[in-house]
Design a protein around this ligand. Sequence first.
Ligand code: NDP
Length: 250
Amino acid sequence: MSVLTVLVTGASRGLGLELCRQHAQRGHKVFACCRTPADAHALNQLHLDVLPLDVTSDESATALAAKLDETHVALDILYNNAGVALNRKANMEDVNTDLWAEFLNTNVLGPARVLKACIPALRRAENGKFKVVNISSSLGSIGRLADGVPVDLPATDVVYRSSKAALNMSTACTAVDLRKTDPNAVVVAVHPGWVDTDMGSRRGNNDGLPEVKPPLNVEESISGVIATVMAATTKESGTFLDFAGGADLV
Ligand code: NDP
């Protein structure tokens, strides 16, 4: 059997960097994509194939596709991991809609753009058995909003939550659409847990809110994410999985 090939977006730091590290450690071939490879010092130390990719840019996604096609890369797993969260959480009344559109462009259109660019490479996977993993968040679960908004946050964070809810629906629709053309494809959204990254800890936000200490480190989160992804079959395609395994988060 050939070596598993994976592509990770947003690989410069946080969960994306750890996805690259753990897949490389398993002997997999990794294409690590980030906005500015020259500045991705931690990533460059892993000595992987690093490719430039800004997920908000059609041009950038097209250039990535050309690179993959040039060398006939067969992609087994695509991780749409790149994402953004607002520094200052917004309520519906004070939300800046231009900013909201920007966030949707990264968190929702980004994964769609990258999937479209990578489809030829994914279809070269053995027996068409490829996986698309959209890194989502339980904050995008409408069912879970009923559990309450954390008390230390001043707002619902409608921008981030709506972007991940849209990503979840986009995941489900993609799974249904691909079932017709690619019956062996698996498309899932995965919640990685609450993790100590720049985003998870609010590090560097400079927004007056205190930094917090999330319960998980990147190693714990990503070993769970990878185990969940490796175990996912066509039966789970279209669902929203928790990093610790288990049911559709909805
Ligand atoms: P970080 O803020 O630590 O890292 C975000 C990554 O996304 C960086 O590599 C960043 O690149 C990249 N990125 C942002 N915008 C773009 C873009 N336009 N093009 C390409 N890359 C981009 O976040 P995490 O590692 O914590 O988050 C990774 C994913 O996990 C996100 O989708 C997030 O929503 C999700 N998530 C995280 C949770 C947590 O607790 N940490 C919980 C639930 C979900 P650059 O270095 O260039 O800025």
